[in-house]
Design a binder for this molecule. Structure first.
Ligand code: KPL
Length: 294
């Protein structure tokens, strides 16, 4: 049994992609225990109905996928983990950086792993989940106990129809994704436009090079492969171009009146810079501007 903590778009995508009967959502305290029912629109093929039960008291999953928002993760796990065996592997699907290290530091003896995914899913209506973009998922260990669990975890997730890889350097993957999100998400939220539209906007054109210069210095300080400003900009723009009509997760959060993940994206880069004596005023400015939208 695979338990999923977080019944948002990503949690519902995995619940639909794994074999029926092998998945359950983890209820929040006090939650009504009616199964979760929704229509699932796969990337290709026909819409189908999915029913996912809740994990019952006393049931012990073989694996826990955590698909909560970064800001909710530590509190949700603090509630749940005391009730799970210390050997249950935990796979974190959060965006950005910061939250994963917090979890690994809080539970150093549990097998903690992280996933970085390019799968896209959204919920145009409460009971509809759309697999909007077909991608790939990389899973890697964040701590020593996680390393021993990497292959069994990947094998059990490989029963889904999604494409999965074991990643020996998951931190690098997370940094690479952070760079893309740091260069797209805040701009789309501030400018209130789809990903591709930022490219022509004077605000984006004014700040993208200074932003990439900051990110380039921060990557170096993080021990990541050095990437010059123009290469970073080219990568960001390629993704913005390939996802031109998408509403970014951050813009979607702002439009829905939810809090955004700015603190684990550009906000993380600001804090990382402070720890390493690197000024990050453009990341700071983007963080502040997005927070004003909350
Ligand atoms: O990951 C994304 C997000 O919206 O969070 C991008 C790559 C920007 C695609 O929309």
């Amino acid at each position: 049994m695979i338990a999923i903590l977080g019944a948002g778009s990503m949690g519902r995508l995995w619940a639909a992609a794994l074999p029926a009967g092998q998945v359950a959502f983890v209820p929040r305290p006090g939650q009504i225990l009616e199964p979760v029912r929704y229509h699932f629109c796969p990337f290709e093929g026909q819409t189908r109905r999915v029913t996912v039960p809740w994990l019952q008291p006393g049931q012990s999953p073989d694996l826990l996928l955590v698909t909560t928002k970064a800001g909710d993760t530590l509190a949700a796990l603090s509630n749940l983990l005391p009730r799970l065996p210390a050997s249950t592997p935990v796979v974190l699907f959060q965006n950005g950086l910061g939250c994963q290290q917090q979890v690994a530091d809080t539970w150093p003896n549990r097998p903690i792993l992280a996933a970085s995914t390019t799968e896209g899913a959204n919920r145009p209506e409460a009971n509809v989940t759309v697999h909007a973009g077909q991608g790939e998922t990389w899973v890697g260990a964040l701590n020593h106990p996680g390393e021993a669990q990497l292959i069994p975890v990947v094998q059990s997730l490989a029963h889904s129809y999604l494409t999965l890889h074991a990643e020996p350097d998951i931190l690098s993957r997370l940094w690479q994704k952070l760079v893309i999100n740091a260069g797209i998400n805040a701009f789309t939220a501030i400018l209130n436009c789809p990903n591709g539209d930022i490219l022509q906007h004077p605000f984006y054109q004014q700040w993208i090079d200074p932003l990439c210069r900051e990110i380039s210095r921060l990557l170096k300080a993080a021990g990541q492969p050095e990437q010059p400003t123009d290469q970073l900009r080219a990568r960001i723009e390629m993704v913005a171009h390939n996802t031109a009509t998408n509403t970014s997760s951050m813009r979607a959060d702002v439009l829905a009146g939810r809090s955004t993940e700015i603190d684990v994206i550009n906000g993380y880069l600001v804090r990382f810079g402070q720890q390493h004596g690197i000024a990050a005023p453009v990341n700071q400015m983007l963080t502040e501007r997005v927070k004003q939208l909350h």
